[in-house]
Each structure stands twice: as C-alpha cells, then as structure tokens.
Design a protein. Structure first.
Length: 230
C-alpha cells in the first residue's frame, strides 16, 4: 500500500489530481455536447431538407467513426490546420493545441452527436396537443421552446443522458494519447515507473467505478426531482 500513499513515497496524490482532471474534462465535454445538441436538434427536426441533411451527416459520421480517431483528427489534424493558417501569415514554428481543450472539444463533439439523438427522441415524445395549445395561446417559437419544449425535453432526456454521461466519462481514458494526465495516463505512468501494472490499473478501474456510482446517484436524484407529479 506504500505505492498508493500520499506524498513523495506514493502515487496517491497524483491519482487524486488525475481523477479531478478526468471529472473536469468530462464536465467540459458534456457542456460542449449540450451546445452542439441544442444546435443540431432543431436541424434534425427541421422540415428543410438541407438543414436535416447537415444534422444527419453530423450524427451519422460522428457516431460511426471510432472515438479515438476523432481525438486523433482534432489533436494532430487541428495542429496541422492551425500551422497551415499561421504559415500564410509568415509564422512557421510548430504549434501544439492544448491537450485539455482538444480532449474536451473532441469528446464534446462525440457527446453532442448522442445527445442530439436523445433530445430529438424526447421532443418527439411530447404530446402534439401541447404544441397546438401553445399556438392557440399565441406563444411565439422562442417562448414555446423555453416554456414548453425545453422543460419537458430535459425531463424526458435524463434517463438517456445518463448513458451519454457514462460514455463521456469513459471516453476520457482515450485522451491519454494526447499527453493529458487523467486517470488512465497517470495509471500508465505509475505502472511503468513501479513495474506494478496490476495494482495501478486495478486502482484506475476502482476510480472509474466510484465516479460512475456517484454519477448514477446524482442522476437518479435528478430524475426523481423532475418527475414529480408524473
């Protein structure tokens, strides 16, 4: 157990910091995913074929491509794209994108694709009579969205969004390839340094399970709260 102690003799404090980093990336990615979902869900439901095609292209491509490939594309491809633009203005040195921003953004795009489908299904589950009633009452589209659609969409989405959160949380392990020190990366470093991979990968699994368990407790409370009266 000395290897898991805090201070200079163990890796306990490093693993705690890595766990916090995992949570930070997960929350940032989930928020980015919500933004993408709020943008693409109306396009997904639009009667305009062009907008509908854009949304379908986004959700189909992102969900059909491996998550690790998406991270590689944004981390390495993003650096190349920025360097190309910089070279136009005469800057030819190497530019590396921040690993946290790359990880959060790439996982957020993945989360957004799944969240878009969740929101679409939730909106389609709302009784059509409520849309008709809002029209009769003279609600404009913005007021109807914030007063009628959004509250019910969030309530109906919570069970499926919990699955999206679990996927997002576990996908953070993939951004270890960018050098960002989260749970998986720190476990890899500790395992290589101590030559005890079984211990540290077991600890990593326990940390992920703890985060998953606590997340489910919070989500279950939210589900109970927003389903009062139904």
């Amino acid at each position: 157990m000395e290897l898991l102690a805090f201070g200079k003799t163990g890796w306990g404090d490093e693993l705690i910091v890595a766990t916090i980093m995992t949570l930070a990336v997960s929350v940032a990615a989930m928020l980015i995913g919500f933004i993408f979902a709020l943008i693409f869900t109306p396009l997904k439901l639009s009667r305009n074929k062009f907008f509908n095609l854009i949304a379908n292209f986004y959700t189909t491509i992102i969900r059909g491509v491996p998550e690790l490939l998406v991270i590689y594309l944004f981390f390495f491809g993003g650096s190349s794209a920025i360097m190309f633009v910089a070279s136009i203005f005469g800057y030819n040195d190497y530019i590396e994108i921040n690993a946290f921003l790359t990880g959060a953004f790439s996982i957020g795009i993945i989360s957004g694709a799944y969240s878009t489908e969740v929101f679409r299904g939730a909106i389609q589950s709302i009784d059509k009579g409520q849309f008709e009633a809002s029209n009769v009452l003279g609600f404009n589209k913005v007021l109807r969205f914030y007063k009628i659609i959004l509250p019910q969409m969030l309530r109906l989405s919570i069970p499926n969004l919990s699955n999206v959160w679990q996927i997002t949380l576990k996908d953070t392990s993939l951004i270890s390839v960018t050098g960002l020190v989260e749970i998986m990366r720190q476990s890899y470093i500790a395992a290589g340094s101590t030559r005890d991979p079984l211990l540290f990968y077991t600890v990593a699994a326990i940390l992920y399970l703890i985060l998953t368990f606590l997340s489910m407790k919070i989500i279950n409370r939210l589900e109970i709260k927003y389903n009062k009266g139904y």
